[in-house]
Write a protein that binds this ligand. Sequence first.
Ligand SMILES: N[C@@H](CCC(=O)N[C@@H](CS)C(=O)NCC(=O)O)C(=O)O
Length: 219
Amino acid sequence: MLILHGFSFSNYYNIVKHALLYKGVAFEENKVYPDMAELLAVSPAGKVPAMTTEDGVNLSESTVLLDYIEDAYSEVLLYPANASERGHVRQMIKLTELYIELPARRLLPFALGGGEPPEALKEEVRNTLQRGVDGLNALATFTPYMNGETLTLADIYLRYALAIPRLVGKAHLDWDILASIDGLAAWDELMASTDIAERIDADQKANAPEFMARLAAKR
Ligand SMILES: N[C@@H](CCC(=O)N[C@@H](CS)C(=O)NCC(=O)O)C(=O)O
């Protein structure tokens, strides 16, 4: 059976878990944290999530895992059939990764560990986030999903990627990201209302104390 390695507090882990649950793929969860040697055996850069496929191949990087499960489990599809539309959906995922999640993540140590980030860092993050916000405003329709009437991997990716800018935006940037993208707040409610999202959010909440304790022990 396919194995998903990582931990439920991780937003990247939850992207992949959501896609697996949506597609009805049978999988096991192997709880492993980034500071465990066991992770390096399946994820060479030591990042969560990773996956061991049913053929016994180890894969890492969330977008790679998403593409793999779309290829391997094609009964329920999460990319459009048309190649140009698929490109459009991948473009929204890439913009979300590079210009929404990653810049916001630079402020995460401050949001989780306390202290105020330097002004120059906040400015850099703000500028990059603005590119992501402009990009999604230009590309996503939110009618009701990012690519129109059908849920795609872009929606699943954005739902969990947004966790970081939401947190650091409020804590350090005086920026409500939900209000800066047209249609995002209503879409967010829609995305949160499914059984899968509720299950993942509950698992994340349950894992929070253990994750925070590990983080505190490292300081
Ligand atoms: N580019 C990676 C990023 C994954 C990532 O940053 N995961 C975090 C957990 S949410 C992690 O493993 N952090 C540990 C570290 O960076 O050492 C992906 O898309 O999977």
